[in-house]
Design a protein around this ligand. Structure first.
Ligand code: ZN
Ligand code: ZN
Length: 183
């Protein structure tokens, strides 16, 4: 998604523009990234270039639930501020200090939001996606999806409210039938 900022760059620091994105395409071919953004963009002339303040709704992303392994769609909203740096200022002729992770304005005075959207989308994605907060996941014994069916396996682990009682009962069963427990 390219934005031409050539006019804004000739204006004093603090001058601003407001733009609307309607399903604008963001493409980062080398990362296999494609997304569409809809929302507001505010551009402010800064000392080093242009500050971008974006508020975007993205197309839903398909994720795999970490509990039930089903695929599901997650809607995403991104809010980010990012400065795009002009390698050489057309007004002052100065070359600002540029870090390797700075976003740059190209020679034709365009800034490309695609890579920023890709990075912010990546950090907005959950590390352990869950299809819904109450997803019951797969039965650890038989592997059935407990959201869609039940199984006859005994519950295991921490979610078993009768676990302590059951293990107590098992202990009595293994004790000497004569009723003389060994200490
Ligand atoms: Zn799930
Ligand atoms: Zn089961």
């Amino acid at each position: 998604m390219l934005i031409n900022v050539s006019t804004l760059l000739t204006e004093p620091v603090g001058h601003a523009r407001r733009l609307r994105a309607d399903g604008e395409r963001c493409l980062v071919a080398e990362e296999g990234f494609e997304q569409e953004v809809t929302g507001e963009i505010r551009l402010i002339r800064s000392e080093r270039g242009v500050l971008v303040m974006a508020s975007f709704d993205l197309l839903p992303v398909t994720l795999e639930c970490g509990r039930c392994l089903e695929r599901f769609q997650m809607p995403l909203h991104l809010d980010f501020d990012e400065e795009f740096v002009l390698p050489r200022d057309p007004v002052t002729g100065l070359t600002p200090e540029v870090d390797s992770d700075d976003f740059l304005i190209d020679e034709r005075r365009h800034l490309d939001l695609s890579e920023a959207v890709r990075q912010y989308e990546q950090s907005a994605l959950p590390i352990r996606p869950v299809c819904r907060p109450d997803c019951r996941g797969l039965c650890p014994t038989c592997g059935r999806n407990l959201n869609v069916e039940t199984c006859a396996c005994l519950p295991v682990g921490r979610n078993d409210p009768w676990g302590p009682l059951r293990s107590l009962a098992e202990r009595f069963q293994t004790e000497d039938p004569d009723g003389s427990p060994q200490a």
